[in-house]
Design a protein around this ligand. Structure first.
Ligand SMILES: NC(=O)c1ccc[n+]([C@@H]2O[C@H](COP(=O)([O-])OP(=O)(O)OC[C@H]3O[C@@H](n4cnc5c(N)ncnc54)[C@H](OP(=O)(O)O)[C@@H]3O)[C@@H](O)[C@H]2O)c1
Length: 327
């Protein structure tokens, strides 16, 4: 098969669509012919050698895919060759084929194309696990989602809206803020033009219950300032850095919880439990169209560098999808 390989010895880590060995389908796994995959921020780090795949996982980038089952491993009984599926991956989506544990497969609805299905697993699971499981977001609460225009943000806004929460966002452009409002955010701040904490406290003097953060160090003190009594801050990325100083007395007095969270390195059992809970609560809303993955652009996989550049330059609102096979 072919896969996107990183030329680690050349400047800029160029990407090449090259012949590589076919994956082997283990017991309890299926082999999928990939039709579409998606670009995630983590792929940019992996390309530069800063986010290696967990041991035993495919060496190629790609945290999700959609496609058609081509082979069944030993012990797989609920799936058939020819089934259309999508799944979260620990790696290997930037390729023509991948082996996937059966526990992570989702059946694609008949009226969905592969592009739409490839836009779901990574960002919807990430937003779901962090908002609803880690932070325990409840109906009637107020949530602030940083990077509202990101893939994760556009998924999180819609799920929080459907859960009966008030959603506030930050983003770096007016276009992204407008899109977030269309998706259900009631308030947005352009963090490049205004101090986000000042703007939010002006409009919401009581603060917020939950914050989903991607910035890390530069936002930590302000995030803590914004949280109400018993508020929860979930940090899922460190786009401004990993170290920060805070006044711990705020944590104590407001009885706050600060949670760090990653999805990729979780065990298969944990991921399967997340997939199952997501399938029960939000998958039906995706199937009936109440919630939609936001797709910014579709690019052929042979242009993976151009696809990643869109994320690197923060141009996307929602997902950038890569088509692996013609539909
Ligand atoms: N922990 C986990 O398990 C997990 C899983 C998935 C994703 N993530 C992380 O969650 C974030 C969103 O993922 P994604 O794939 O949806 O990303 P994405 O679509 O690439 O969006 C990321 C957005 O972050 C904003 N941004 C970039 N640099 C920033 C900075 N210095 N300060 C504030 N905002 C900044 C940009 O939007 P603006 O134009 O608004 O600045 C950018 O579009 C990523 O950082 C990713 O690594 C974590």
């Amino acid at each position: 098969m072919k896969a996107i390989c990183v030329d680690e010895k050349s400047e800029g880590f160029p990407l090449r669509w090259e012949d590589v060995p076919d994956p082997v389908c283990g017991a309890g796994e299926v082999l999928v012919d990939i039709h579409a995959t998606a670009v995630n921020r983590a792929d940019l780090m992996q390309r530069q050698g800063n986010y290696p795949p967990p041991s035993g996982m495919p060496p190629y980038m790609g945290l999700e895919m959609s496609g058609v089952i081509a082979e069944l491993g030993e012990g797989v009984t609920n799936w058939q060759v020819g089934d259309r599926v999508c799944a979260l991956l620990s790696g290997g989506g930037y390729a023509e084929r991948v082996a996937v544990p059966q526990e992570l497969l989702i059946r694609i609805p008949n009226d969905w194309d592969f592009v739409k299905a490839a836009a779901v697993p990574e960002v919807f699971y990430t937003a779901f696990v962090n908002l609803f499981i880690e932070a325990g977001l409840q109906e009637g609460e107020t949530v602030l989602i940083h990077g509202g225009g990101s893939g994760v943000g556009t998924a999180g806004i819609q799920m929080a809206r459907e859960a009966g929460c008030r959603v506030l966002v930050t983003a770096g452009t007016e276009e992204k803020l407008d899109r977030c409002k269309e998706l259900g955010a009631e308030f947005g701040v352009n963090y490049k033009e205004r101090d986000f904490a000042e703007a939010i406290l002006e409009a919401y003097p009581d603060g917020v219950d939950v914050i989903l953060d991607i910035a890390g160090s530069d936002y930590l003190a302000r995030n803590i300032e914004l949280l109400k009594l018993r508020g929860r801050l979930v940090i899922i990325a460190l786009l401004t850095g990993a170290t920060a100083e805070i006044n711990l007395s705020f944590l104590m007095r407001k009885r706050l919880r600060v949670i760090g969270s990653v999805l990729r390195s979780r065990s298969l059992e944990e991921k399967a439990a997340i997939a199952q809970q997501f399938e029960q609560r939000f998958w039906p809303l995706l199937v009936n169209g109440t919630i939609e993955p936001v797709i910014f652009e579709v690019v052929p996989i042979t242009q993976a560098e151009a696809a990643q550049d869109i994320l690197a330059q923060n141009r996307n609102t929602g997902k950038v999808i890569m088509a692996v096979r013609d539909e």
